[in-house]
Design a protein around this ligand. Structure first.
Ligand SMILES: [Zn+2]
Ligand SMILES: [Zn+2]
Length: 466
């Protein structure tokens, strides 16, 4: 039990006290020392509207500029959700396009809205009206946009992309998407899967539309929540990709987060000053209890703590930023996860905590009469793809991998254990919550097949060269 107060402090007065919020009435802007303050940030920093908006524009441009990753004439795909972050992002890009010539942003900007209505069972009429609201908002910000249904993430072919103004045809794979989410037993894993499918779709749409970069609107508050929930979900090894400025897991198309220094409070001031409206679209856990998923609970923890201790978001975010500079090469033979494309973080060593966790899980699953030999354990959990391929006999039947008897056994095809070795630790956890009767999504099965033939080919070449 946590006993920090007993051990370190003798009375409550010595504990951290909630911030005392300064009064903005009558305050003067601390930047220009002239105008009346209208914005209060970090409890006591008061700014006037002009200084705040100038600082917001500077912050956006500096975040993009200092990375030196974006060239002035790049084609950018902006993932737009209708919410505060992406609305402000589009407004900042548009404003940058009308700046003086030497400061003008020249990006060829394409806006993309992902229709996720099927996941929460929304009727098609409601999804169409949400798309119309997004279209109206995007047009008012000076852009035209595209829409793609989330079900397009469930295959590896070119996605069907529609202009925002043409209405949405009912996508034929919606049933597959609904079944998949229906077969996952908890909201933590559903949210993770939704996020991974969204990222995958953004990359494939960018490729299809010829965009070389993607801007997403994750702000500082979102990223602080993500840092803590990622660690809780066993995704610590991928923090540099998931919360850093650049997600470079795709070698050709980079996902960039230019809004990462904006807190929710700053976004809200920006929207108010420019009279911008957001479009509220229900998500997977809208109106659900805070305890429904780890992500929701982390959000409640971070935002509530931040209202009393205004440095919370910044402390978590800056700490996460330092973690992102660590070694990102936690790869397993240079292989990537077939779902999230991050380097496999499932390096198997005799002393890893991952080994202990997996062993404990397998022993519990086998029950008191079960027997798992060391070799079988390694192959079941962390064996490399080549070993797994070998474990399938040439007649196509699966051989027993609990011992060395080599007898054929009946095992359902396309089951989760078969595919585990091609998934990173976090993605494995998603599919542990998949109904046993439901097979893995077809696009993942195909990716695994492809990976296995590649492994086989590499092995043959290596043998030939020896
Ligand atoms: Zn000022
Ligand atoms: Zn993964």
């Amino acid at each position: 039990m946590c006993s920090i107060n007993d051990a370190e402090f003798e009375s409550d007065e010595e504990l951290m006290q909630p911030d005392e919020i300064a009064q903005i009435d009558g305050a003067i802007c601390k930047k220009c020392n002239e105008n009346k303050a209208e914005v209060l940030l970090r409890v006591k920093d008061a700014y006037c509207k002009t200084c705040f908006l100038a600082a917001a524009t500077h912050k956006f441009r500096a975040t993009v500029g200092k990375s030196k990753l974006v060239r002035p004439t790049d084609s950018i795909l902006v993932g737009h959700s209708g919410k505060a972050g992406s609305t402000v992002l589009l407004h900042l890009i548009k404003a940058g396009m009308s700046e003086a010539v030497h400061k003008r942003l020249m990006y060829k900007t394409t806006v993309l809205y992902i229709d996720e209505g099927a996941v929460i069972g929304e009727p098609i009429e409601q999804r169409c009206s949400e798309i119309s609201a997004i279209q109206e908002q995007v047009n008012s910000l000076g852009f035209v946009g595209h829409v793609v249904p989330l079900s397009e993430a469930l295959h590896n072919t070119e996605p069907k992309i529609y202009p925002l103004d043409c209405g949405l045809e009912i996508p034929s794979d919606d049933a597959e998407l609904i079944n998949l989410f229906g077969a996952i037993s908890n909201y933590t894993s559903k949210e993770e899967l939704l996020h991974k499918l969204r990222q995958k779709l953004l990359i494939s749409v960018a490729r299809s539309l010829g965009c070389c970069k993607i801007f997403t609107a994750d702000g500082a508050t979102d990223l602080a929540i993500k840092i803590l929930s990622n660690i809780a979900l066993g995704r610590g090894a991928h923090l540099p990709l998931d919360v850093g400025f650049v997600d470079s897991r795709d070698s050709n198309i980079k996902i960039l987060r230019p809004m990462r220094d904006f807190t929710r409070k700053e976004l809200s001031y920006y929207l108010n000053f420019h009279k911008l409206k957001v479009v509220q679209i229900p998500g997977l856990t809208t109106k659900k209890d805070a305890y429904v998923s780890i992500q929701n609970l982390t959000e409640k923890f971070v935002t509530e703590l931040n209202t009393e201790f205004s440095g919370t978001v910044s402390a978590v975010f800056r700490t996460g930023e330092k973690l992102t500079t660590g070694n990102t090469q936690t790869t397993n033979s240079g292989k990537s996860c077939v779902l999230c494309s991050a380097p496999l973080d499932t390096i198997f060593t005799d002393t890893s905590s991952l080994q202990a966790t997996e062993f404990s899980r397998l022993v519990s699953a086998e029950g008191p009469m079960g027997h798992i030999g060391k070799d079988a354990f390694q192959l079941k959990t962390f064996g490399n793809a080549a070993e797994a391929t070998e474990n399938t006999a040439t007649d196509g039947a699966k051989r027993c991998d609990n011992c060395s008897c080599s007898r054929s056994i009946e095992r359902p095809e396309k089951s989760v254990p078969d595919m585990d070795i091609h998934l990173c630790y976090g993605c494995r956890l998603i599919f542990r919550d998949l109904d046993k009767q439901h097979s893995m999504p077809e696009f993942l099965q195909n990716a695994v097949k492809q990976q296995r033939s590649l492994d086989h080919m590499q092995k043959e070449i290596a043998e030939f060269l020896l």
